[in-house]
Every structure is written in C-alpha cells, then in structure tokens.
Design a binder for this molecule. Structure first.
Ligand SMILES: [Zn+2]
Length: 249
C-alpha cells in the first residue's frame, strides 16, 4: 500500500466510525424524542378525558336536580290525592302520578347510563395517568443515561474529527474531495481492496491487465490512483501487496 492509499484507508475507517457515532447519537435523540412525543399525546388524551368527565358530571347534576324536582311534584300530588274525595278527581290524579313515575323511570335510566359512562371515563383517565407516571420516570432515568451517553459519544466524535483533520491536511485536496464524494454516494465505502481479482466494493471482476497495473504501480510506490471500472461502483481500489511481493490479486 502506498502512503496515500494507507492514509485514505485510515481516513475511511475514521469516517465510518464517525458515521456510526452520528447514527448512534441520532438514535439516542430519537429515543428520548419518542418518549416525549408519547407523553404529549397522553397528556392531550388526559385533557380530553377530563373535559368529557366534567361534561358528564354537569349532565349528572342536571339530571339529579330534575329527578328531585319531579319527585317533589309527585309528593305534592299524593298529598292532594289524600285530600280529594271526588272519585273521578282521585282517578285522574292517580293516573297523573303513574305517568310522572314512568317519566321518572326514564330519568333514572339516563342517570344510570351517565354514571356508567363516568365510571368508564374515570378508569381510562386513571390508566392514562398511570402511563404518564411511567413515562415521567422513564424520561427522568433516560434523560440522565442518554445525556451521559451522548456526552461520551460527542467527546469521542470530537477526537475523531481532530484526527481526521490531521489526515486530511496530509492528503491531496482534489483526491480528498473525490474520496468524500464516493464515500457519500457509495454507502460509506470509497476505498476497497481488490482480492482475487475482484473489487471488494461491488464484487465484480477487475480486468487482469488493470490488476497488474495497480500492483506494479504500488510496488513502484507511484501515487497513481485507480478506480474500479464498473459503472455504479468507481471506488478507489488497491491491492494488498505482501512483503515478499506476492499479492492476493
Ligand atoms: Zn467495484
């Protein structure tokens, strides 16, 4: 390996490491964000349930009041019934009382249904509040852990970036730009070995005459850079020349 290729290989290792760290950082941020977002959704839901409970409670008060009023009226009718001596009037009053009792039965039914709904809504609200408490403690724990993890990763990434600057400073600027372009377009793999005549980036055969060129250029210590000839690859290729001059190509 020529110095230039060796530098590109170390640059690539560094860049791959950096990319992994950046991905890890993104995942960690995402992890916290998703807990926060669930918390927001649940809070919203809790508010809606609370609103519904208030509505049902006021409906309950209203119906209870209505029922009491109607019961008062029935009582009054009964008092009158005891005083009335006329049979026809008695029958009419009895009929009226029956009808009123029937109507009250309906009010009682609607009170029951509101009570059932209230019970259900309160249970939902309690469940949401339990989940919210869980999310809160999860956030409190994660916030500390994740922040620590993030700080560590960022520190490591900083060190990698400094090391990167040193390598880049030694490299030819246009070669470096070319490397970066390939790295960005070819799945974080820009410099690859040719092993057994095959590009280790796209796994296509490299023509033998080109393998020979790469090899002899490297043995001579030339700074010439070779690219994989296959379209959709074009990665920078090198051949690992062993100490005794025998290569894997
Ligand atoms: Zn290739």
């Amino acid at each position: 390996m020529t110095t230039q290729i060796a530098q590109l290989v170390s640059l690539q290792e560094l860049d791959q490491r950096l990319q992994q760290k950046e991905q890890q950082l993104e995942d960690l941020h995402q992890q916290v964000a998703s807990v926060r977002s669930e918390k927001e959704t649940r809070q919203q839901e809790a508010e809606e349930r609370q609103q519904r409970i208030s509505e049902l409670e006021s409906q309950q008060r209203e119906t209870d009041g209505q029922l009491k009023l109607e019961e008062e009226k029935i009582k009054e009718k009964r008092v009158r019934l005891n005083r009335v001596r006329n049979e026809r009037e008695q029958l009419a009053l009895q009929r009226e009382i029956e009808l009123m009792k029937e109507a009250n039965g309906q009010i009682e039914e609607s009170i029951l249904s509101v009570m059932e709904q209230l019970e259900e809504e309160r249970q939902h609200l309690a469940d949401i509040q339990t989940r919210l408490e869980e999310l809160d403690s999860q956030l409190a724990e994660e916030a500390v852990e994740v922040e620590k993890h993030i700080a560590g990763l960022e520190e490591e990434a900083q060190a990698d970036r400094r090391q990167r600057e040193e390598i880049v400073a030694d490299l030819d600027a246009s070669l470096c730009a070319r490397y970066e372009r390939i790295f960005g377009n070819r799945g974080a793999l820009a410099v690859v070995e040719v092993r057994d005549g095959t590009c280790q980036g796209c796994y296509m055969r490299i023509p033998p005459h080109m393998c020979n060129q790469i090899q002899s250029s490297q043995i001579q210590g030339s700074s010439e850079i070779f690219h994989c000839p296959h379209p959709y690859c074009g990665r920078i290729v090198y051949i690992q020349v062993e100490a005794d001059g025998v290569s894997g190509a």
